[in-house]
Design a protein around this ligand. Sequence first.
Ligand code: MSP
Length: 656
Amino acid sequence: MTEANPFYLTTPIYYVNDVPHIGHAYTTIAADVLARYWRLRGREVFFLTGLDEHGQKVQQAADKAGVDPQVHCDKLAPQFQTLWQRLNISNDAFIRTTDPEHKSIVQRYLQDLYDKKLIYKDSYTGWYCTFDERFWTEKDVESGLCPDCKRPVEQLSEHNYFFKMGQYQNQLLDHIKQHPSFIRPESRRNEVLGFLQTQKLGDLSISRPKSRLSWGIELPFDNNYVTYVWFDALVNYMSALEYLPREKPASHRFWPANVHLVGKDILTTHAVYWSTMLMALNLPLPETIFAHGWWTVDGEKMSKSRGNVVDPNKMVGAYGVDAFRYFLLREVPFGQDGDFSQSAMLTRVNSDLANGLGNLLSRTLTLIERTQGGAVPVPGEIGTAEQELQQAAVTLLNEALSHHLEQLEFNRSLEATWQVVQLANQYVDKTAPWALAKDERNAVQLRTVLYTMAETLRCLSLATYPVIPKSAQLICSQLGIAAEFTRPLLRDKVEWGGLKPGTIIHKGPSLFPRIESKPGARPVTESSVPSQPTAAAPTSIAAPAPPASPQITIDEFMKIQLRTAKVLSAERVPKSEKLIKLQVSLGTEQRQIVAGIGKKYEPDALIGKTIVVVANLKPAKLMGIESQGMVLAAGDADVRGLVTILEEVDPGTKVK
Ligand code: MSP
């Protein structure tokens, strides 16, 4: 399919030194929103994301795990891919810098620059930061610490290959000045301009001696060196176009990229390194590099050592994928820093999603079901209130949405959308259709009100689709219309009245059940177990919201026999990192249980402990060994702690 007007959009490629966190999710969700929006507008979108698999950070992580770097990357890559599926990310391609095609393209570029004498060998002495993988000059270093990450630096002297980056300083300055949209937001553009106007741009070391770092792409002209990870990583934006699109090669169609989304910390590498690399390669520069801000958590920097890293998987589990997507883009203007907290998340979910959009859908469908036999009614003549709402809904779709999304003002576009949600809910409150329903003489007016509500919702499904695609689809299916979001529904101006009277609605479960806050609730981080959403009283005349997770009755719970058990012996299951075979006493009987707790516990530490087991679980075989029950533990895929009993109790005691 060769459509006009291609749109090429990228995220940074993420280091596979650890599992994905909220920062990775943030950029990728923002990119997904843009991709979905531009597809609705009829552009041929190529949305690329992927992984940065070389360099010191990845090698160190692999060393720590005691595995070969490639094995390490292969193990972590699916964690990103699965998360993107879970977050409904509609990327068209996923690049891994260990792909053989990518490696050979990087080598081709290097050879090209070397042949053009834009790469030369020289010796260099400087202060090296292992974490940031870069050298600093004497004046940059403060008290022996890296000015960026504040970790200690070490003095290193070595021969390396350098890219003549410095010679492009003026060309780059001119480009930035002449293209106001090249670096965004404005404040970041000024930072880069300020730097280029006041400091001399040096050349860039683009190699690492293999004696220091072997995990990288070998230089094609000197096999004692590997390529500096950034020179390898940045090329992904071009290399992907050569081998990943279905219709290949796609470089001529998609390059230059329309938007490179990056975090503020990696703006220099994109705006300066990548731009000058492209200049040297005689390739056009991207249209826009947009640097977004960073998330803190409860006012603190997010870090592993603080234990406050927000795990997107847990967020989706606790709040739902669309609530998470909505929150990230609604809460903070894109480009500015933001603070994540569970209370902010709860407020947004409950006020905007449950009480706002969810309530509007729920009350509309309930009323159509109760008063119109489940069919969208034929509207009668409209008055000013209807006119106002129609106009607001259509203007949102035909003007506000594009105005804001094209400027990457996600929060503004959501603000404008929720103004229509609010207006619609106010319209319902004002017209009080439940009261109209009581008197047959108001039948025509009731039909007009209900049609206006339903058609507003159809418009809202279009406006919200890029940010909350799953919910937008649900709105359509509950309204009884086909959700055709793969079609360019926003290519032409949207007209009021697309919802056909007579359409049979399918009222389903509540779109966004209210979530009750728990006193002292902590953010849903890797180290905290998510609080379970619970149902609260309905906020309107609409049907009560069902609970977020299915409730069970006391009878159902009583079917599970929980008992204390004393560990008599424990040994590792051969060839398994995780499994431990336990012999436990349940007082009157002895059981063999195979438990996945081997990463957390040494077998010896378990002997004599009183634990809690599910005693009436059907026996199952794990790695060929029969397990006659299950041990209770806190945590998810990673066990954090066994459930034990504070007091001394006899083995086999019932737990309830
Ligand atoms: N591999 C490089 C990018 C190469 S692109 C050619 C890299 N990877 S990263 O995994 O360390 O970071 C990826 C992105 O995550 C960056 O854009 C960074 O800004 C973003 N974030 C990391 N922590 C973040 C927050 N706390 N908040 C928001 N984004 C953050 O850099």
